[in-house]
Design a protein around this ligand. Structure first.
Ligand code: BEZ
Ligand code: FE
Length: 330
């Protein structure tokens, strides 16, 4: 059986008369009556009284949107079959090193959207806690724990070594946070994460650091490189069909967590990057764009980057101070 999207879909614009006139609600007015008006309600009513509560809340809306989408666009059995095969291909391609399902949602902006929904900024706060950004599919648990001042670079593959430093503080009080965990990961200069690249040592360019009483941190990493998200699978084929590129602007990922605080999953982006305004997964936010400065007098690093992380205490979050997200700028 031909795999999904091997043959491009016929995506020629629908012309009037071909599928009837498009009505105000997007349904085809000339064909409104050809569909069973009770069909969607019947599907929704099939949910039983012991259904999972959140699912029972979500599914009527999902079913309505999906059914309306199919009716409005007159989706054919052939097109639907391609969508089934596409999802199956995503599953077949996924394992502990590859997450094609997540990649698909990412190129549609859904991970970035739910990040924004989950971590709303208090509308009236001028100063903001550290803004969140998507996790992406390449985080790994149990990265090595290093003492402050050490490097996450396990193999020299070139690139600009950077001394990154700053503080982790309580957003509301400004006080330092002790024992905050800074979990960092990024690609090598070839644009690959270590789990994608047999040439890199296990856990290369990943590490966890714990802040002392001062809340300050420092370590060595690389100035990041722009790279394409994996495009050799169904998500890549989909991008191609949409005439889109797979590039992500250069970024470093972080999870900052501490007892009593809301964890922050985020990324910082290099201001000089040409893809900053055109991220294939829509994750760039203005406050996460940083400047790498040339560094003198450090034989280990040619660049310096200062960045302060501000976390919201769980108690403060209950009182209306929210973790920081902001509208994506790309
Ligand atoms: C990443 O930044 O690692 C990433 C995020 C979304 C999709 C693919 C990769
Ligand atoms: Fe990444």
């Amino acid at each position: 059986m031909a795999s999904a999207l091997e043959e491009p879909l016929n995506l020629a614009p629908v012309t009037e008369g071909q599928h009837g006139t498009i009505g105000a609600n997007g349904t085809s007015s000339s064909t409104n009556s050809q569909y069973d008006p009770n069909f969607t309600d019947n599907v929704i009513k099939a949910t039983g009284p012991k259904a999972n509560k959140r699912l029972a809340q979500l599914m009527p809306s999902l079913v309505r949107h999906l059914h309306d989408f199919c009716r409005e666009n007159e989706v054919t059995v052939e097109e639907w079959s391609q969508s089934v095969e596409f999802l199956n291909e995503c599953g077949r391609m996924s394992d502990d090193k590859r997450n094609e399902g997540q990649l698909f949602w990412d190129i549609l902006g859904v991970e970035s959207l739910v990040d924004e929904i989950t971590y709303k900024v208090a509308a009236d706060s001028g100063e903001k806690p550290t803004t969140t950004a998507i996790l992406g599919p390449f985080w790994r648990p149990n990265a090595p724990i290093y003492p402050m001042g050490s490097s996450t670079i396990l193999k020299d593959q070139g690139g600009d070594v950077t001394h990154m430093h700053g503080s982790v503080t309580d957003f509301t009080t400004g006080k330092p946070i002790t024992n905050a965990e800074i979990d960092i990961w990024h690609t090598a200069p070839n644009g690959l994460y270590e789990q994608q690249d047999p040439e890199q040592p296990d856990m290369n360019l990943r590490g966890r650091f714990y802040t002392p009483d001062s809340g300050d941190y420092d370590f060595y990493c690389l100035r990041p490189t722009p790279y394409p998200i994996p495009f050799d699978g169904p998500a890549g084929k989909f991008l191609k069909l949409l005439d889109r590129h797979p590039m992500r602007p250069a970024h470093i990922h972080f999870i900052i967590s501490a007892k009593g605080y809301k964890p922050v999953v985020t990324q910082i982006f290099d201001r000089r990057d040409e893809w900053l305004g055109n991220d294939s997964v829509f994750a760039v936010k203005d406050s996460l764009v940083v400047d790498f400065a040339p560094k003198q007098g450090d034989e280990k690093a040619g660049f310096d980057l200062k960045y302060d992380f501000k976390l919201v205490a769980v108690e403060d979050a209950k009182n209306g101070v929210h973790g920081g997200t902001e509208v994506t700028s790309a």
